[in-house]
Design a protein around this ligand. Sequence first.
Ligand code: FAD
Length: 546
Amino acid sequence: MKTVVVGGVAGGASAAARLRRMDEHADIVILERGEYISFANCGLPYHIGEVIKDREKLLVLTPEELKNLLGIEARTQHEVIRINRDDHTVTVKDHRTGTEYLESYDRLVLSPGAAPILPPIPGADLPQVFTLRNIPDMDKIKSFVDEKRPSRAVVVGGGFIGVELAENLQHRGIEVTLIEMLPQVMAPIDYDMAALVHQHMHFKHVRLALGDGVKSIEPSEQGWLKVTLQSDRKVDTEMVILSIGVKPENQLAKDAGLELGPRGTIATNATLQTNDPDIYAIGDAASVEHLLTHEATSLPLAGPASKQGRMVADHIVGRNVRFKGVQGTSIVKVFDITVAATGMNSRQLEQAGIQFKNAIIHASNHAGYYPGAAPMAFKLLFGLDGTIYGAQIVGMEGVDKRIDVIATAIRAGMKVFDLEELELAYAPPFGSSRDPVNIIGFVAGNMLRGDVETIDWNEIAGLDRETNFLLDVRKPEELMIGAIDGAANIPLQGLRDHLNEIPRNKRVVIYCQAGQRGYFAYRLLKQEGFDVVNLNGGFKTYSHAV
Ligand code: FAD
């Protein structure tokens, strides 16, 4: 059996390597349009920033190494330009010689990835305007930075590649302006969590232009670029990197009459076959099932591409496998903080018409009394029956561990009540006897059992003050960092002695700094017969998000 793989990086290389391990006698050919196979796309921004100093470290396997290690032939600079489904061949263009030839297949695996979206704006084709997808793109950007020593750069797009580029350019001493059309960076997380990222990026001197797009890029008389935004604001810069998203490489599939899915991805079934059972599609170019909604979706990330490649190889050798779906687990370093998400965010849940609640906590990564404890903001989205739909965490140390626990819990179909009971590793340098995962489970469980009722930060502004009494239960000295206008301050300590100062004819909207003391006050007042709600995430979430 002969398998031809189109694209030799994350998905394609993984499919080919697994196929060899499963079938020593399989005939496997990788056809790769670019100069490199199996390179570390995810490391590209870090070589530009000289965090990964050695360029060679990004080249995981060369075609020679692949041949020696696995007996797989990988032909670089060989582009598949047509799929001839009737005679099971592909037409290949050898870019080194300019010649074309036919290659036959029994099974064809398409892993052609996704290309950066180029917005149709004047100036996008100027030589100082870049995109980043592969090693040659990275080389171009790095040479420009090394040779021209720019002092200012504009990054367009606040997704994970955009924020990684902002950090890495800043690391090279370049002042960065990041322009994002949405009112927030990092679309996988909710606005109230992204607000923490904005604050950190400001702190790191990245200029953020949110809710604004690029209208045009023009060369200036001094040899710089002038970027004009939709708002007519102008930014002078020496270079621009466009990272506004990716579009699937679907031309081959389209021309071959393969069915397409959402956003032009190649549609697949549960075994990752296209509507032609001899042709599989994986990675950024393919759509697959969403674990939670069961609808077709695309998730352009390395982990799913690699695992899909592995699964396709198993299917080709006749194993009974099925792809269970993607859930959107992602993580990114933004200077000193980590931003991670799994599952669905509020916007996706609303669009899917799924009823949900959210809990926000501000916890420490490990016991507060052990040196180096760092805060994390942790948001959980869950159904009225306790189904865990998603989580988002912004913090420093220990974010990766917590998001992976929730990602695993979602995959295992666990409920928020299970999070309360999870027995997680604890010693003071690593966690707390009640890990943040347990605590968010307690909070969500309390909400579902009716032990606490919460109000979100964005409901505060619209509160009718005639019928709502705002109660701040922090210590007076904490008010120096800010407070909600018109709130009465009665600290939690001593609250029992001041119950007569709280009106019984109004709803009491309690808040503290992070939400926990507010919850303690809630329980006290509720049992004393007051009508109460507690501010979700406390003043910390409110003050960042408003
Ligand atoms: P790719 O890895 O892009 O490979 C597709 C290959 O197919 C390309 O080399 C292309 O040249 C080739 N090709 C296309 N058409 C043809 C054709 N007709 N004939 C022959 N060859 C063809 N993901 C994460 O999970 N975490 C990260 O931190 C992360 N960081 C990233 C940083 C950057 C800068 C970039 C660009 C991506 C990052 N990603 C990250 C995304 C991740 O790299 C992709 O999701 C993953 O590489 C997709 O694998 P793929 O096989 O579908 O496509």
